[in-house]
Design a protein around this ligand. Structure first.
Ligand SMILES: [Zn+2]
Ligand SMILES: [Zn+2]
Length: 236
């Protein structure tokens, strides 16, 4: 199966990694920006574990070729890029070194373990449970301020734009430790954060919460965004 609609930037093709047909739209910006060389490429990363298809476009914007990359290739590339961008030195503080160790580990796990997402979430829940005693606030806003200080101090990210709406709380995280080394994978990936926040809130306030990541560095944003919703029932 191969379909390409040049006007709509729509592609449908068979992905051997997914073992099924996938369809996607190529962002307008790929075509509107000038290209120095032809053919130029567009890479679509998708799936879990994440892998890629690269399309080659000629001057007439026709697709001249395609190339598939598996999840191991992608994870190696993510790690290469991370070390290139971070420029680790002997003088770096330990939070940067440990974050890099964590990111290397999770990137490899993500590429090789089908249940990686679930593992991140369970790790987050365990940590939320064990770290609960470090937080003292008795209401949500103060707890989020405490979390924000804890995140910043440990190099986990910068929490900002905290908004209290009638039915939910929303906040952004910049430089998130879980995902800021990743390319656009097309899905939010910060499951450790989700598990951590959920357990921490539930233990602190004795209610049930649904905490979801709505936007992520790994969905092409420059931040992650989390939504906290009180579901209401008591946790037993
Ligand atoms: Zn695929
Ligand atoms: Zn994220």
């Amino acid at each position: 199966m191969f379909k390409y609609n040049k006007e709509k930037h729509y592609v449908k093709l068979f992905c051997p990694q997914c073992n099924s047909n996938i369809e996607f739209l190529i962002p307008d910006s790929v075509f509107s920006k000038p290209h120095e060389h032809y053919p130029f490429t567009f890479r679509y990363i998708h799936g879990n574990p994440a892998h890629s298809v690269t399309l080659y476009f000629d001057k007439e914007l026709n697709i001249r070729g395609k190339e598939f990359g598996d999840s191991l290739q992608l994870s190696n590339e993510i790690i290469e890029n991370m070390f290139r961008d971070r420029k680790i030195t002997q003088n770096d503080d330990s939070s940067k070194i440990i974050k890099t160790l964590f990111n290397t580990f999770t990137t490899i796990i993500d590429a090789r373990v089908p249940k990686a997402e679930e593992i991140h979430y369970i790790v987050g829940k365990q940590l939320g449970d064990k770290f609960e005693g470090l937080f003292f606030s008795e209401e949500e806003e103060a707890l989020l301020e405490e979390i924000s200080r804890f995140w910043k101090r440990n190099g986990f990210g910068i929490i900002d734009e905290l908004r209290f709406e009638p039915s939910r709380i929303i906040f952004n995280v910049y430089e998130c430790f879980e995902c800021s080394h990743l390319p656009n994978l097309g899905r939010p990936v910060c499951k450790l954060d989700e598990g951590f926040f959920t357990t921490l809130f539930e233990k602190k306030f004795g209610k049930e919460y649904e905490i979801k990541e709505l936007e992520c560095f790994a969905t092409g944003n420059d931040h992650c965004q989390f939504q906290i919703k009180e579901v209401g029932r008591k946790v037993i």
